[in-house]
Design a protein around this ligand. Structure first.
Ligand code: ZN
Length: 618
């Protein structure tokens, strides 16, 4: 608009002056010059005329006068026009300049108006900018402080744990872990792991939506976790159930501990949820199929088999009906409340399992059925009458039950007397007063002798009285109770000792472990059990024989098959204990489970097979 107005105000006006006014003046100047020449010639003629020629002189005088008149007229007119232009032109030029200044004025005025309209907004913004500037300074100082704090944390191992504890509500823990691929122990993938709703799930990246998370462990109630320190890589741990296993790796030791703690507490909190009376029956129903998978399909459920034993239909400690839990090393059934108290004692005192949620291997079930509440109370409550303490009931408070259970299993206040070593062999001996040291030895010896005949109640009593499960008998080639049990082929005695902390790989004075002894004696069931519990089948005894060469030499086809299967599986796993990797090796696991079940349920069949196969090896 300014340019347009300037163009019109200045250029057009000036062009008008040049093309019209000045052109007119130029025309008038030509007229003036012409009349000037006429006047000059009239003056010359008038001057040249002779006085004697009167008529001619008079004519010249007339012409001169007329021409002079005309000259004056034109000259005046020309001067008028010149003066007029001088005044009018100035006016026009100054007026043009004024218009131009007006245009400029309008332009800037409009700009000013527009800017003035923005004034409140600008004031508002400047207030906001002040606030932002203040905030920025505060933030910058905060960031500097955080950086200082982080730098001050010298312990590098602590990196990340702070972050782990800040998981959002509903999520126990979350973060990145390396996960070893199921099929290749050399491949480790980094994924984002989360524990929520009793599940361990993972996804490729944190930003991916939760829908893409894949469950790694579908029900943590059926899982355990343990640190793995025998791998090439550091900070590893394993989450496993009976059916599957997964090796994970944290970035630091403290993060590994945080993960293991979180998984353990998730397992425990999952149990607490299922201990809610309203939830209990529901859980049993929901989990029934998974238990069914582990049991012989044709047989009764674990719960039915265990409760069938007289005395097991009520909680061993408080007598509440319909127990749903068990302590597997003590061989007793428990109500929900007492099972919680037992769990609090620690696994060295009591290993609690669910009769409905957990899977039960056949040898464990068999062991369980060999003990039971009656046999257990016969040992742990035998001396109660003497103390005068009343047994708790289902109606007792939790505190009373806690006191009772602690007194019974930890302080062992209600034990009566130990069957003397003699009683373990002839059953007639009585307890005699001995020094503490010899008393301990006799308990150990009692356990050893009971193990060598597979007498579970006496073994249980010996352990209750403090026998060392890994005691070595110097009079019998430094063998342990487990080796003694393996020699007689007592599956339940082996299982009982292993559940109570027996070292599966201890070897006697001849370099023979329980697996060598069981193999030499041809006890397939115990060999199977020992393999499952991590017995080293590559260890050679003093004659250089490993279990496989012993089995080949004694022509036991079943044991040879078992050992070779385990070896094959182990080689496939590159030295990892095979029984943790059941997830992707169903065939091997099925065969192994069949052996295990047969050895437990139908030992005669195995004995027959051995007889039939004898001599057929090689
Ligand atoms: Zn109870």
């Amino acid at each position: 608009m300014l340019l347009d107005q300037t163009d019109r105000a200045i250029k057009t006006q000036l062009q008008n002056i040049i093309t019209q006014d000045i052109w007119r003046l130029r025309e008038m100047k030509k007229d003036f010059e012409r009349i000037s020449e006429d006047l000059e010639s009239a003056v010359f003629k008038n001057g040249q005329v002779s006085r004697h020629r009167i008529q001619e002189a008079e004519e010249c005088s007339h012409i001169l006068v007329a021409t002079l008149k005309c000259f004056r007229h034109i000259a005046l007119d020309y001067i008028l026009q010149l003066n007029s232009f001088a005044i009018d032109g100035k006016f026009k030029i100054i007026n043009t300049m004024l218009s131009y200044l007006n245009a400029e004025n309008t332009f800037f005025h409009q700009g000013y108006d527009l800017i003035t309209d923005l004034d409140p907004l600008m004031k508002n913004m400047s207030v906001q900018m002040d606030q932002i500037a203040t905030n920025l300074i505060v933030q910058q100082k905060d960031m500097e402080r955080k950086q200082m704090t982080t730098q001050q944390q010298e312990n590098v191992a602590n990196i990340g744990t702070e972050f782990l504890s800040k998981a959002p509500p509903g999520i126990a823990i979350e973060g990145y872990l390396f996960k070893r691929a199921a099929r290749s122990s050399k491949t480790w993938n980094r994924s984002w792991f989360t524990i929520q709703n009793n599940q361990l799930v993972y996804q490729k990246h944190w930003k991916v939506s939760q829908e893409e998370a894949v469950p790694l462990m579908e029900d943590l109630r059926l899982c355990s976790v343990r640190p793995l320190d025998d791998l090439e890589r550091r900070f590893c741990f394993e989450v496993f159930s009976v059916r599957t296993s997964c090796v994970l790796q944290a970035d630091t030791e403290s993060m590994r501990e945080a993960w293991i703690r979180a998984i353990e507490s998730s397992i425990h909190s999952a149990y607490r949820v299922s201990q809610d009376p309203d939830n209990d029956s529901q859980c049993s129903k929901v989990s029934a199929p998974s238990v069914g998978r582990e049991c012989p399909p044709e047989g009764p459920s674990v719960l039915q088999q265990v409760l069938r034993l007289p005395g097991n239909e009520r909680c061993c400690d408080c007598g509440r009906a319909d127990p749903r839990w068990a302590s597997i090393n003590l061989g007793i059934t428990l109500c929900i409340e007492c099972s919680g108290i037992h769990r609090g004692l620690g696994v060295h005192h009591s290993k609690v399992r669910s009769l409905t949620l957990d899977s039960w291997e056949p040898e464990l079930l068999k062991l369980f059925c060999a003990l039971g509440n009656v046999a257990n109370n016969h040992i742990y409550e035998a001396g109660r009458d003497v103390t005068g303490v009343n047994k708790v009931t289902a109606e007792s408070s939790r505190q009373q039950k806690e006191q009772w259970i602690k007194a019974k299993y930890v302080e062992k206040r209600f034990l009566k007397e130990l069957p003397s070593p003699a009683s373990c062999t002839d059953g007639t001996g009585t307890f005699t007063d001995q020094s503490e040291r010899s008393l301990t030895v006799s308990q150990d010896l009692c356990l050893f002798r009971a193990a060598s005949v597979g007498d579970l109640p006496v073994m249980c009593a010996a352990l209750a009285h403090g026998a060392n499960v890994n005691w070595t008998n110097s009079e019998d080639m430094r063998r342990t109770p487990l080796i003694a049990a393996a020699e007689v082929g007592s599956l339940t005695a082996c299982e009982f000792l292993l559940q109570n902390g027996a070292n599966v790989n201890y070897r006697d004075a001849r370099g023979q472990g329980a697996i060598h002894i069981a193999t030499r004696a041809g006890h397939t069931g115990p060999v199977c059990l020992l393999l499952k519990r991590g017995a080293n089948q590559y260890a050679a005894d003093e004659t250089g024989q490993d279990p496989l060469s012993i089995a080949v030499a004694t022509a036991n086809a079943d044991i040879v098959t078992l050992l070779r299967l385990a070896r094959m599986n182990e080689e496939m796993r590159e030295g990892e204990p095979f029984f943790w990797h059941t997830g992707d090796d169903e065939t091997f696991q099925d065969i192994f489970r069949d052996f295990s079940r047969m050895a437990s349920d139908d030992p005669e069949k195995l004995a027959r097979r051995r007889f039939e196969c004898s001599g057929a090896e090689k």
